[in-house]
Design a protein around this ligand. Structure first.
Ligand code: ATP
Length: 236
């Protein structure tokens, strides 16, 4: 499958070159995410997956290519302007405020049209007045995801949602994410280390290594080719 932009394309990354200071770590990455689909970025440590998400949010310096949200370039926009363009980003550390309560997080991020998070995750209802810092890892990730969805995003970037969580919690989070993506037309670009989890929930995936896309395709296609991809590009 090729990565041509279509009229359902929401996020269109083309020939992206980006890095840290003078060090370029992405050498021309192209990734497309359509409305209502989950797309996975796969690859070994240091491949450039997180950097790709950071570039979309305006958090690393871009030296070439483009990142377009519904046709409008995000380059040269500051991170807070990008965030207002209905692009939400859940980083690996979840970026919660430990001393704010669940309710305070949700109130601060709520936007018209945003999701009712306590309906999506009733588990958070009894924790409404608890500070984020005392929540379990699973509850924190529910809050991080809920907070992002309350802001009514059109694009959601998610970095390692499964990190450190029990499998049952991970499934719960991914089931919710998939339902919202499909029903709400949300475009999701996620980084996930667990290949089977990533390809279970994503419709399509891109394999990065050394800052370049080495393979791409539908989830079943990538799964079928996985041992070849591993030996060719991932050095396993
Ligand atoms: P991981 O799963 O290990 O996070 P990744 O595919 O997400 O892998 P990135 O975090 O995007 O990889 O890192 C890509 C490259 O950029 C790596 O070589 C990494 O060392 C480098 N890098 C990441 N953050 C910085 C930084 N703040 N300053 C300089 N180099 C960095």
């Amino acid at each position: 499958m090729t990565a041509t932009a279509t009229d359902t394309t929401v996020l269109d990354i083309t020939g992206l070159r980006a890095g840290y200071g003078n060090i370029e770590v992405l050498h021309g990455v192209s990734v497309r995410v359509g409305a209502g689909e989950i797309v996975s970025l796969l690859g070994p440590n240091g491949a450039g997956k997180t950097t790709t998400l950071l570039a979309c949010s305006g958090l690393v310096s871009v030296s070439g290519g483009d990142i377009r949200l519904r046709g409008t370039s995000l380059l040269r926009l500051s991170p807070h302007v990008i965030a207002r363009k209905r692009l939400a980003h859940i980083p690996e550390d979840r970026s919660l405020f430990p001393s704010l309560t669940v309710d305070e997080h949700l109130r601060l991020s709520a936007r018209p049209g945003g999701l009712n998070v306590l309906e999506l995750f009733p588990e958070l209802r009894k924790r409404r007045n608890n500070r984020a810092g005392v929540l379990s890892g699973g509850e924190q990730q529910m809050l991080a995801l809920g907070r992002a969805l309350a802001a009514h995003p059109e694009v959601l970037l998610v970095d390692e949602m499964s990190m450190g969580l029990a499998p049952v919690v991970v499934e719960r989070l991914f089931d919710a994410l998939r339902e919202i993506a499909v029903s709400g037309g949300l475009a999701v670009l996620m980084v996930e280390q667990h290949i089977h989890l990533a390809l279970k929930y994503a419709r399509r995936g891109y394999v990065l290594s050394g800052g370049r896309v080495r393979a791409q395709g539908t989830a079943p296609d990538l799964l079928a080719r996985w041992s070849d991809i591993e030996s060719s590009y991932l050095g396993r």
